[in-house]
Design a protein around this ligand. Sequence first.
Ligand SMILES: *Cc1c(COP(=O)(O)O)cnc(C)c1O
Length: 393
Amino acid sequence: MEKRKILVTRPQLPPLNEFIPLLADIWDSRWLTNNGKYHQEFEKALASYLGVPYVSLFANGTLALMAALQCLRIKGEVITTPYSFVATTHSLWWNGIKPVFVDIEPDYCNLDPARIEAAITPQTTAILPVHVYGNPCDVDSIQNLADIYGLKVIYDAAHAFGVRLNGSSVLNYGDLSIVSFHATKVFNTIEGGAIISHDIKTKKRIDYLKNFGIANETTVVAPGINAKMNELQAAYGLLQLKYFDTVIDGRKHITDRYKKGLKDIPGLRFLDEPIGVDYNYSYFPVFIDDLEFGRTRDEIYEELKSQDIFARRYFYPLISEFAAYRGLPSAKGLDIAHEISRQIICLPLYPDLPDDVVDLIISIISYMSQPDGKKVPIKILHSYEKKNKLPKK
Ligand SMILES: *Cc1c(COP(=O)(O)O)cnc(C)c1O
């Protein structure tokens, strides 16, 4: 029998029949990259959809982060979180900047503003927080500290596409925000990303930087890089935008189903939906208290895996534990981040995840929580598979 796997996410694609005419148009035009028609249109459509002043498209989120740091001429030390995807810290390393890790707060797993001040030195130039799982950081406290100490704030908003705080895009906070449109993110252009900026001069500088620093035929204004998004991806992105609201509705449905099914199991914690936030349901993180639940996070992870369900431990290990960074003085301590990283499991979440599979995951976790150390009785997924057809991979 063909083996089918349930992965933590499955990218949404626009209808192929809508993409083909756009491809035909690009074929006719022979304009493939360098700020073409679709690139310009997609930047405008994104700015208007998100409610932000300026968008600069990028080939991916990592290059956008690297260029954002270059744009603001960030040097020395930057305060950041160990609880993120490695690209956050790598972007500092590629700019010759020293990362200074500060612990997170346990409620939303974001950088803890109360601990930032103690980490500021004369070399500190900026703060690089992450809106983890799309939940907004304490943007007011962070801006307040930045104002007092004269620091820039760049948000890694890779998870926060479409999130609004008090009615306005969360991407409007800080000096710059970056988003990622990687295949695994809520909104994808296969690979891709963007920087959100607030004035036209900054946008211009970003746009030079992503195209070798070229201002015109004879002028190079900065040592830029090549980080441009091409026309095919921009056209694909325009179509994705049309369907994004439906994607959010689908994700909310799955999230609600998980919460309802798992809420009475002891030892599980979910993130509360923060007040005043329009959320994007980008992940479904569950925190396992192993004493109360009776099994460890890794036992759940392995059991699901044995049933061909691939949850992910975002974020474990911490960035500060990787070889490149573990020698830094700030890699010590970080007790809350370590504890959260030991508890976290992100369950599969995407709009067309069948309800039956969600219920199956709930029942596996529920079996595992039973006190007499009961094993999950059968390979539930395999028996389920015989009865119902799981979506083909
Ligand atoms: C995905 C991600 C990135 C990197 O984005 P890419 O588009 O994959 O380069 C950076 N930071 C965080 C928090 C991410 O999740």
